[in-house]
Structures are given as structure tokens and as C-alpha cells.
Ligand binder design. Structure first.
Ligand SMILES: Nc1ncnc2c1ncn2[C@@H]1O[C@H](COP(=O)(O)OP(=O)(O)OP(=O)(O)O)[C@@H](O)[C@H]1O
Ligand SMILES: Nc1ncnc2c1ncn2[C@@H]1O[C@H](COP(=O)(O)OP(=O)(O)OP(=O)(O)O)[C@@H](O)[C@H]1O
Ligand SMILES: [Mg+2]
Ligand SMILES: [Mg+2]
Lengths: 231, 231
């Protein structure tokens, strides 16, 4: 499903060069449940943004479901992102002046293939907000929610279009262990029962333990991949 | 040092009333190292904002170092916050267009008692940024930093004025275990060697375990306080 080869991402800061990603090769099959781990600054979010088609590499190639992503035009990319990819951002990126419900409805509004009525959109958004335990907070706006509640709105928004490929960048960073466990169970169900490919960046060993495979980054490179052990 | 009695914080959302804090009594002595725990939405950040003089309660009283906080004027409050209180926000609140260094220098710029020269401010800001492992990222702006790096800039900024009272709202939520450990060691040192009062909201049992006392919130109230056990 995902084939990344020799991916790099460099930033120029004056005379300094920051190699956020320094040559990453990664192959992910359909239906995998993968944890991406590594210390702060090791390149995890940068990698996720490339794989989720939210950013372009400085060099290297990336194919998604066989399609070379760098050859898609903006419209095609937007459609891929909307229908096939769900993304939970490390910093949430919610619209501060819209309610939780409206934030979660948004990806459904942007849908082009097989569009839904406003009533059906609201119904689906409510359903996924209840799944993450926010049934009684749907009308609150982000500034009227706790940190962990905002994180869960971001998760709900990523799930509402029922994407084949879910990227979650530290989805439990702001959650207590009980709520973390609920979110984790949700991700595992998506993978086991619905066959979704789920890629989770996490700092928590318990979360990584529940995944089938762990890929470890360090200084912008893959330094360990548990899948490689079995071959 | 901190004496909170019957603190409440309610929000009106149309016909609904949200009791973010529902009657909290809490006494904290100088030099304590306390963990505040509880599920997502239980009122931890709300409590921290009240204790850190960033917000006012709906009812109840709060004395800080013997002074009734609600009787201080805006100027006095601002001075207390600047010189005596350090606050690490759950959502960081960094200035996005300023470098990490300038973000950390800011509390020193606002200092009225015993002001510092611009050169000395920069020196102190650099020193604390190095303490949190960001020596090579000082000129990056928040959008040019990873999530965990932004969290550490927020921590550095809270420490730079060497406050007597430090509030840290989930300071390791975006950090891997190694970096978390470094930050935790820093907080313990502040408490043990410098006598600072440190109050940490945390979801991680390892962090709470290192504190001398744990206060647990649930639905806006204190439901458990390990200090009460010893009396
Ligand atoms: N401005 C507001 N208006 C309405 N409700 C609010 C507002 N701010 C907070 N709340 C509600 O108050 C409750 C407590 O919020 P608080 O941020 O203190 O929780 P928390 O314990 O810090 O949670 P987390 O662990 O998720 O950060 C939450 O249920 C939240 O929805
Ligand atoms: N726009 C940018 N300009 C310059 N450097 C950047 C930029 N974005 C990221 N970096 C740097 O690239 C490195 C990797 O960042 P990235 O956000 O991928 O780390 P991460 O593994 O997600 O870390 P964390 O666990 O703290 O979230 C970091 O050292 C960061 O400072
Ligand atoms: Mg990150
Ligand atoms: Mg909070």
C-alpha cells in the first residue's frame, strides 16, 4: 500500500541544514497496524506528513496504492486525502470557532464522491464523537474543551470519512490511561475488524506493544523495524 | 503556600451548566512536589489556571502565600505571576513568529523587580534551553520545531525567572520516555535542591510515582489525596 524509498526532508536555516528525514525506506502492506517510535525530534511527524500526502519530500520517491504520489495533481491529491486518508495531527489543528460537531462534519462536507445530505453528515459526526466519549461535548468549541477532549475531536474528525489508511500522530499524548485504552481499543478494532491500515506515532510502550510491527526512527532514519526480524 | 477552599468554576452553555470544578479544597505547603491526576475532563487544567492566578473562580477562596488573591489588583497579580509563578501550559502558548530563544527571554523582559540587561537575559534563556536539550534549536520558531521540542520551549520559559512556584500541565505529554525522564529529573532537582514548590498535572503513573504526594480529581472534585492518608 505504502512504498517509500530514500525519503529525505531537509530545511535550510541560514547556514545550517536540518535533516529532518535523512533517507527513509519503508514498505507498508494493506491492513497493517504499525507503531512508529523514536525520541523527540527524530523525524516521526515529518515522516507522517510525507506518507499522509500533506507534504512533499526533498528527495526520494513515494507510491501510495501503486500510484506515484508526486505525479498526482493538486485536485487528485486533495481527493486521495479526503476519501482515503485520515490524519490525527500532533497539534490537533481544529477550527477554534466551530463546535466539535462542525469540526468533525468538515471532511464530510468536502467529500466529492458519493456525497451525503447535511442530516446524514451530522448523524455520522455525532456517532463517531460518541465513540470517543464526547457525546456530551459536541456543541463545545475547542477553547471550551479540555486538552484530552480536543485530542479526541481530532481523532473523531480523522475517522468520520471511514478512511482506508489512518495516520495518528501521538493520539493519546493528552489522555489518561483509561481514556487512552479506549482510543487504543478503537484503533485496534478499526484494524482487526474493518481491515484499515493504521499507523500510529507513539511515545507509549503500551501502545506500541499492541501493534503488530514497530518501526523506530533516530536522526531521520529507520534504525530498527520489527518486521525485518521475521524475514 | 497555597490555600484553596471550596473552589468552583462553572460555565453556562445555553441551558446547560458545566461544573468544571465543583468544590475543591486544597492546601499546599512550601517546597512540596505534587502530582495532580484524573481522567480527561476531570478539571485539572481548570484547577491549575486558578491556582496559577490565570483565571478567577466562580466561587470559593484562594490565598497565595497568605495573600487573598482576589483582593490583588491587576498590576500586583501580573507581578506575582511574573516573578513567583512559572506555568507550563498544556497547549504551550508560544509566540509562533518568535524564535525559541525570544520566547524564553520574554518573562525576563517583563520583569520589574531587579531587571536584567539584554545580554544577561539572553544568557539565562540560553542556559535553560540547553538544560532541556534544545541547545541546537534556539533560533527555530515554533512551526520549525517538533511537538516535543515546543513542549520543552514552554518548559524552559516557565523556568527562566526561577519561580518559587512551578505549575506544569502535562509537561511530558509529547515526549518519549528518555526525554521525559530528563525533564522529570529537572523538576525533581528544582524541588529537592532549590526548594521550589512544584505542581505537576500528569497522566503518567511514572511521573506521579516520583512526586511526594498525589491529588486525584474526578468530576471537578478531589476524590483522593495521599497526604490525607498520613494524618
Ligand atoms: N470555557 C469552557 N466552557 C465550557 N466548558 C469548559 C470550558 N473549559 C473547560 N470546560 C469543561 O470543563 C471540564 C474540565 O476541563 P479541564 O480542561 O480542566 O479538564 P482536564 O482535567 O485538564 O482534562 P485533560 O486531561 O483532557 O486535559 C471539561 O469537561 C471541559 O469540557
Ligand atoms: N520547518 C522546519 N524547519 C526547520 N527544522 C524543522 C522544521 N520542522 C521540523 N524541523 C526539525 O526536524 C526534526 C524532526 O521533526 P519532527 O517534528 O518530525 O520530530 P518528531 O519525531 O515528530 O518529534 P516529537 O516526538 O517531539 O514530536 C526536529 O529536530 C525539528 O526541529
Ligand atoms: Mg512529532
Ligand atoms: Mg488539561
Amino acid at each position: 500500500l505504502v512504498q517509500a524509498q530514500a525519503l529525505t526532508k531537509t530545511y535550510r536555516m541560514g547556514t545550517e541544514v536540518v535533516r529532518a528525514l535523512d533517507g527513509v525506506d519503508l514498505t507498508i502492506d494493506k491492513g497493517e497496524l504499525i507503531a512508529i517510535v523514536g525520541t523527540s525530534g527524530s523525524g516521526k511527524s515529518t515522516l507522517m506528513n510525507l506518507l499522509g500526502c500533506l507534504d512533499t519530500p526533498s528527495s526520494g520517491s513515494y507510491r501510495l496504492a501503486g500510484l506515484p504520489v508526486d505525479q498526482l495533481d493538486d485536485e487528485q491529491l486533495a481527493e486521495v486525502r479526503n476519501r482515503h486518508i485520515g490524519f490525527v495531527f500532533q497539534s490537533f489543528h481544529l477550527l477554534p470557532r466551530q463546535s466539535a460537531l462542525d469540526n468533525v462534519v468538515l471532511p464530510l462536507v468536502y467529500r466529492r464522491t458519493d456525497p451525503l445530505s447535511p442530516a446524514e453528515r451530522k448523524r455520522r459526526a455525532r456517532e463517531v464523537l460518541e465513540k470517543v466519549g464526547l457525546g456530551d461535548r459536541m456543541l463545545h468549541k475547542p477553547p471550551e474543551l479540555s486538552g484530552g477532549q480536543r485530542q479526541r475531536v481530532a481523532i473523531a474528525r480523522a475517522l468520520v470519512n471511514d478512511p482506508a489508511l489512518l495516520f495518528a500522530d501521538e493520539p493519546t499524548g493528552n489522555l489518561d490511561s483509561k481514556t487512552s485504552e479506549e482510543i487504543l481499543a478503537l484503533l485496534v478494532t478499526l484494524n482487526r475488524e474493518h481491515g484499515r491500515t493504521v499507523i500510529v506515532v507513539t511515545h507509549e510502550p503500551d501502545v506500541a506493544r499492541r501493534c503488530d510491527r514497530t518501526v523506530q526512527l533516530k536522526d531521520g532514519r529507520v534504525v530498527h523495524d520489527t518486521r525485518a526480524e521475521r524475514t
